[in-house]
Design a protein around this ligand. Structure first.
Ligand SMILES: [Zn+2]
Length: 534
């Protein structure tokens, strides 16, 4: 099926190539240049507000399902700007939709808002320095995505009002993306039912987009819990049945089996409960696995291997096993017409104008953390296509995949971070409340807003996007998430973590009424180029 779909694309491309010299038509229908100039100016007019939003959410630093302050903050801004807010969508307390406009196409704009456990970091300090040891932090840069979408939406709304352009904008946050735990539920709840096209944003050190099978893995996140029987570990161990033994056997068995799994799989685990104390045979123990693969079917097969091994571990230890799905993510598939439209806008916007200070700071961060020295990029990245990408050997996941299989969707990656950082590490948080992050968000917001205008003013673009979705994407695979009707969003996750850390974090919340920037509040001079004291 995939070969057939590629052949169709190849034929279509060769037709364009033949016609191009005669017609010299643009690759896609687009909005008038004058409107795009206006919307870019409306984004620039929000430069201060972009900085405040990026810094504020950085300071909240909330992990998945605990994005309480972040969600309140964003919905307040959107409500003040005339958007109609619905909170708690898909039975997820920190999820919402914010909708404005009437008639015309409905365009969804979203980005993630949660952060990563244990990677607290002082922004603007070029070496590792936790703000609060052990607390969560924005070591993925998810503090920047919704500020970009909010700025893009407000700018677009102004241009729509001024010129009487019909259309509806729906903003939504990626809650608990680090847990891959909500977007399949958004789709299941019908949040994207009447959406015509969707643009997702993700932080990067480059400015790019792409289409086709994006080559990453989808996944299922599942926790296995074993139940045994307590006994005195020394006095009468024969009376006990250890749930922890089952957890350990499951792990050992999985790691032997790993050798005989496809090279594209990724699987990893943590032990969420390993018992109480050594002299009590643990009657309860749990292990949490992520099983990642390239296609819906292969994710399911990998999951079934995991289920078999969990059952075998229970059998081997005389315990019983129950399992709970904690998240799901579909493989990503970008929409070609949308990606081409967005890419033209990315090129038109270009990279942010980095200052000598920005470049000096990036270099300091790279050198103090033993990363490859490479300047902030000064050129946008070429459009990523199935032909330009290397064959996939698997990798990470992003649950935007589920939305990509519901409506035509692309991801725009915007340049708010420094090259060669380590993902899910505190060093990736260093730049995320500095001018580097702010400038990248402004550039990204312009490209998003210009692409939304393309969608609103040229019905052909939406028609082409829908045709590609139906005639190309849906012929490669069928959306088949591993979720049952009994599965519910795992909204209890990270509750205990935040009960511990939130009181310590509150005194670091950014107060824009007192300080120009978050770095000012923290007393960090930009660019800080000195290393740690010896
Ligand atoms: Zn992310």
């Amino acid at each position: 099926m995939r070969i057939f779909a590629r052949a169709v694309i190849a034929v279509a491309l060769s037709t364009v190539a033949v016609l191009a010299p005669i017609a010299a038509a643009p690759a896609h229908a687009e909005a008038p240049k004058s409107l795009k100039k206006e919307v870019a100016a409306e984004v620039e007019a929000q430069r201060k507000q972009i900085q405040v939003m990026v810094d504020q959410i950085f300071s909240f630093a909330e992990p998945g399902f605990q994005e309480i302050r972040t969600s309140e903050y964003l919905t307040d801004i959107l409500a003040k700007n005339g958007f109609t807010i619905t909170k708690g969508v898909a039975d997820i307390p920190t999820a919402f939709t914010a909708i404005w406009g009437e008639g015309g196409p409905k365009i969804a704009l979203g980005s993630d808002i949660d952060d990563v456990l244990g990677v607290s970091q002082m922004p603007g300090v070029p070496y590792l320095k936790p703000m609060i040891e052990g607390a969560p932090g924005h070591g993925e840069g998810h503090n920047s995505g919704m500020p970009m979408m909010v700025a893009a939406a407000i700018a677009t709304k102004k241009v729509m009002e001024k010129h009487g352009i019909k259309g509806r904008l729906m903003l939504w946050p990626g809650v608990a993306e680090e847990l891959l735990a909500t977007k399949a539920y958004y789709v299941r709840a019908g949040m994207f039912k009447d959406v015509d096209a969707s643009i997702f944003g993700h932080v990067s050190n480059d400015f790019s987009t792409g289409y086709g099978e994006m080559g990453n893995n989808g996944l299922i996140s599942v926790e296995y819990s074993f139940k045994g029987k307590t006994a005195h570990s020394a006095g009468m161990p024969w009376e006990g049945r250890s749930a922890l033994d089952a957890v350990e056997i499951m792990d050992v068995a999985w790691n032997f089996r790993r050798e005989h799994l496809p090279l594209t799989q990724r699987s990893h685990m943590i032990i969420t409960n390993g018992g109480g104390q050594p002299n009590v045979v643990p009657d309860k123990a749990s292990i949490w696995y992520f099983f990642r693969e390239r296609t819906f079917d292969d994710i399911r097969k990998l999951y079934e291997v995991g289920n078999d091994i969990a059952k075998a571990a229970a059998l081997a230890t005389g315990t019983t096993m129950t399992q709970q799905t904690l998240g799901y993510a579909a493989p990503n598939f970008g929409n070609k017409p949308l990606a081409e439209a967005a890419f033209a806008n990315i090129k038109a916007v270009g990279m942010p104008k980095w200052s000598a200070d920005d470049q000096a700071f990036a270099k300091a961060v790279q050198s103090f953390n033993n990363r490859k020295i490479e300047p902030l990029k000064d050129e946008v990245t070429p459009l990523s296509t199935p032909e330009s990408r290397k064959p996939s050997t698997g990798g990470g996941s992003d649950d935007i995949g589920d939305i990509m299989w519901a409506v035509p969707t692309i991801t725009i990656r915007y340049p708010s971070n420094i090259p060669n950082m380590i993902g899910h590490n505190a060093i990736a948080a260093i730049a995320m409340a500095t001018p580097i992050a702010h400038k990248g968000v402004e550039a990204g917001a312009k490209a998003v807003a210009m692409t939304v205008l393309d969608l609103l003013t040229t019905p052909k673009l939406i028609a082409d996007a829908k045709a590609y979705f139906k005639d190309v994407q849906l012929k490669t695979d069928t959306y088949a998430p591993i979720l049952t009707d009994e599965d519910v969003p795992a909204i209890w996750l990270n509750e205990r973590n935040m009960a511990l850390y939130r009181p310590l974090m509150e005194k670091y919340y950014y107060d824009p009424s007192k300080y120009d920037t978050y770095l000012d509040q923290l007393g960090v001079k930009y660019p800080m180029l000195e290393g740690p004291a010896e």
